[in-house]
Design a protein around this ligand. Structure first.
Ligand code: F6P
Length: 358
């Protein structure tokens, strides 16, 4: 049915008004429920990842939506030990959605590995009246959260934030999409110069234990070979394939994850230069540029979804789980199961590489 403009505006207005009334009524109810959690804190920990700010924003705004107060902890577990907290009212997180890095800073805390460090941290959380925590990070962050929750009564919801994408319980981690797009852009540029000089470029990407960045960006950039930590590397076999295609190829790109068994791009290059001196070989280590930059739309949306889900999970009484996305839906996985155990590389992706790199 098509409404005349004025009538349509009236109907839409009435619906909006009744939704607003409902929403205010719900918020009112929530604010006056004495049993409801009122004070939560959020922190980022481990390696930063693009999209962490979008996630902090989502957590702070969701808390405000439900009438809760949000605190931010500076430098993750270190800030918990140092009693370094800031208030995060909704306007405080304006203008950060598109920014890389993390407004709350991050750290890898050695002190939190000790019982003394964790006791100090918990004392500060209690003194501030923190009733629930949102931990944004990767493997190390969640291990820390597991230790904390084993010793004290504070519910933690984890949010996967790492460029490595190496956690169980989620298809994607915040930052991964931005990182692989950064790699693709870099390799496209490298390909230009490789083509011009007929060179073999060995490009090292991040991933100490996981080859997911290497594998996906390898497919996306049309690399001729990808070396990853999860599989044994037979460099001679890889080079034999390069040799077969050498007659009609004007450039070759080999992507090496930093944790690959050859020992990274420099070691691989050394061996190749020695055994195949007829290749004009160059190495490019992309390093920390993969961790910086404005998050892609995928990462911003993922971060926003998970930030909202985490706060709602705390309100629902969930504890010690990670909020992730599996097959497009929000899914919760116990924190101790989310921590990294080497996922086998997707065989379909390996097949793609095999077929397409000929
Ligand atoms: O875990 C994220 C990550 O970027 C890894 O891919 C990389 O191996 C590591 O962090 C680098 O850590 P750092 O910034 O401490 O050198």
């Amino acid at each position: 049915m098509v409404f005349p403009v004025n009538r349509a505006a009236g109907v839409v207005g009435a619906i909006m008004k009744s939704r607003l009334v409902n929403r205010l009524a719900i918020q009112n109810l929530l604010c006056h429920d004495e049993s409801m959690m009122k004070n939560i804190a959020v922190f980022t920990s481990g390696g930063d990842a693009p999209g962490m700010n979008a996630c902090i924003r989502a957590v702070a705004r969701t808390a405000a939506y439900y009438g809760m107060e949000a605190l931010g902890i500076i430098r993750g577990y270190e800030g918990m030990i140092e009693n370094d907290f800031v208030s995060l009212p909704p306007r405080e997180v304006a203008g950060i959605l598109h920014l890389g890095g993390t407004l709350l800073k991050t750290a890898r805390s050695k002190r939190f590995h000790t019982r003394e460090g964790r006791d100090t941290a918990y004392a500060h959380l209690r003194a501030r009246g923190v009733e629930g925590l949102v931990a944004i990070g990767g493997d190390g962050t969640f291990r820390g959260a597991c230790d904390l929750t084993a010793e004290c009564e504070i519910p933690v919801i984890g949010i996967p934030g790492t460029i490595d994408n190496d956690l169980e319980g989620t298809d994607f981690t915040i930052g991964y999409d931005t990182a692989i797009n950064t790699v693709i852009e870099a390799v496209d540029r490298i390909r230009d110069t490789a083509e011009s000089h007929n060179r073999l470029f060995i490009v090292e990407v991040m991933g100490k234990d996981a080859g997911l960045i290497a594998l996906r960006s390898g497919i996306g950039s049309g690399a001729e070979a990808v070396l990853i930590p999860e599989l044994p590397t037979d460099l001679e076999q890889v080079m034999e394939r390069f040799e077969q295609g050498r007659k009609d190829k004007t450039s070759s790109i080999m992507i090496v994850a930093e944790g690959d068994q050859t020992g990274g791009a420099l070691k691989a290059a050394e061996r190749i230069e020695r055994a195949y001196p007829h290749y004009d070989t160059r190495v490019s280590i992309l390093g920390h540029i993969q961790r910086g930059g404005s998050p892609t739309c995928m990462d911003r949306v993922l971060a926003s979804r998970l930030g909202v889900a985490a706060v709602e999970a705390l309100r629902d009484g969930q504890h010690n789980v990670m909020a992730g996305v599996i097959h497009r839906d929000i899914a919760f996985t116990p924190l101790d199961q989310a921590v990294k155990h080497l996922r086998q590389p997707n065989p379909h992706f390996l097949h793609l590489l095999d077929v397409l790199s000929t």
